[in-house]
Write a new protein. Sequence first.
Length: 141
Amino acid sequence: MERLSEDTREVLFPDWEGPDKTGLTIEQTGGEIFVKEVKGESPAARSGKVYEGDQIVGATVYFDNMSSEETAELLKTLNRHKVGLKLQNKGDKSPCCSPLSTPCQVKKSELDIKGTDMQMKVPSANIEGSVVSVRLPEAES
């Protein structure tokens, strides 16, 4: 299989136990991390998506099989890094006050929504969960 020279791809390893057990040898060079070797018949080799010389530019860690202690400890070690969180609202099951568990209403008489090419004044809007309801005045003829 021929591969592109600068393609970026994501490979999922559902049973990750470190690079050795996944069949990868990684090397840090010049502040970057590269795949030095992909061992034959390993999960990495069987994926068909990992090649020697690939630069590792990011990683997604799923918390499915981690204890809450492991998860909290991992998050505490990440200081000034770009991190994206996958969040789920548990509603009444959440031990913390959640802004999405109760409806939110805009208390101003007008709501300004601005974008690159627009400006709109809305007299009434409700936000409930992921639904935004906006009431507009009747258009003048």
